[in-house]
Design a protein. Structure first.
Length: 375
């Protein structure tokens, strides 16, 4: 059974903020402003062919941007209406939305709650850290508006997590950052390294491998809590999934890329949101069958994941990172066949944390009395 996963950009790179590390704005060369919202015809086609491709199985629609809420509430009400129209009885359809939370109001909260939309909120930490990179077009920090939106979600009981992007300037004060999140009952966290390549060199905001390795080690020591963590960090959860022989939720830990498709506002399809580039365009949802789009994503793009540089072939941790992320391989010097830019960080982290993670794995297996497959 097919399990389509789509990352959809209904307004492409358009956003009401101007975050200093945003890589989506680079796609303006392909999709120059003013850019309209995805048309009803493209949206209907997208949902219809996705539901058909799933053949009654589960579908995951992840709405991203830019800022996807700029598409408007009526747009997403139409999304749900067409999912109901084209879905089959008993079919599981999931919607997630990644937002800066500055536009959340009562109407949006009611919609999220009614249709069980899972919300990802971009929040980099306390005001002093968050506002370093996450500013609006006028240069004003977005912290206050984000916190207001986040509180509305909490008050309404909407399920959400927090995505925190770690740049060179925001990697500091980890104890303060963790205390900040936990004091606000924010216990489902993702920490994403801000890394990009601009003008044939690493962007100024990019965290270095050494810095990121130190960050991961310090974060793990806060998280571990003698093997009984009191909050979730997605990266650590993903490593545990691999150690348990399960399929990791993050594509970085998979053996091949091409597990999801990216759909731009005009229907153009790409194999990864980091690679929205003419070189990697797979087709358009309006005239290219879903089967062919996935085939091209896996065979033309995803095959690079298995091309292991010599250092990866000799590495004891290859079974975990699966040769690294193609974006972090490309960002190092513009080559998909190079070693992951953050390799040093991962090795540093695994040296530090793997024995304790393996203890957690063994305890989980024993407590559940399950015969787990080998990784």
């Amino acid at each position: 059974m097919n399990r389509p996963e789509l990352l959809i950009k209904p307004v492409s790179h358009r956003c009401n903020l101007r975050c200093g590390y945003c890589f989506y704005r680079k796609t303006e060369q392909l999709y120059p402003l003013p850019l309209k919202v995805m048309s009803p015809a493209i949206l209907e086609r997208l949902i219809a062919v996705t539901m058909e491709y799933a053949d009654g199985g589960p579908c995951l629609f992840s709405w991203q941007g830019g800022e996807p809420m700029l598409a408007g509430l009526e747009f997403f009400q139409q999304v749900v209406a067409w999912q109901q129209k084209f879905g089959r009885s008993g079919q599981v359809v999931s919607n997630t939305i990644q937002t800066n939370a500055t536009l959340i109001n009562r109407e949006w909260v009611e919609f999220f709650r009614k249709y069980n939309v899972f919300v990802g909120v971009s929040l980099d930490g306390p005001l002093s850290l968050h506002n370093l990179y996450r500013k609006d077009a006028a240069g004003k920090g977005s912290y206050d508006l984000v916190i207001q939106g986040l509180r509305k979600l909490q008050e309404a009981g909407v399920e959400f997590n927090v995505l925190s992007t770690m740049g060179r300037a925001t990697r500091h004060n980890l104890p303060e950052t963790i205390k900040f999140f936990l004091s606000r009952n924010l216990k489902y966290l993702q920490f994403i390294p801000a890394v990009d390549r601009q003008n044939d060199k690493m962007a100024d905001f990019s965290i270095t491998p050494k810095q990121y390795g130190i960050f991961l080690k310090e974060l793990f020591d806060f998280w571990y809590n003698d093997g009984a963590p009191e909050f979730s960090v997605r990266f650590f959860d993903n490593v545990l999934e691999r150690l348990l022989g399960l399929k990791a939720a993050a594509c970085t830990f998979l053996k091949e890329c091409g597990c999801y498709l990216v759909v731009e506002a005009n229907g153009d399809v790409y194999p990864c949101d980091f690679f929205v580039d003419a070189r990697w365009k797979l087709g358009n949802i309006a005239d290219t069958p879903m089967e062919l789009l996935y085939q091209k994503a896996r065979e033309e793009f995803g095959r690079y994941k298995a091309l292991a540089p010599p250092a990866c072939q000799r590495c004891a941790y290859q079974f975990l990172c699966q040769n690294g992320c193609l974006w972090f391989r490309w960002v190092k010097n513009g080559s998909l066949t190079d070693r992951d830019y953050l390799c040093e960080a991962y090795r540093c982290f695994f040296d530090h944390a793997l024995p304790r993670l393996e203890k957690m794995r063994d305890r989980i297996m024993a407590e559940n009395a399950v015969r787990w497959p080998k990784v």
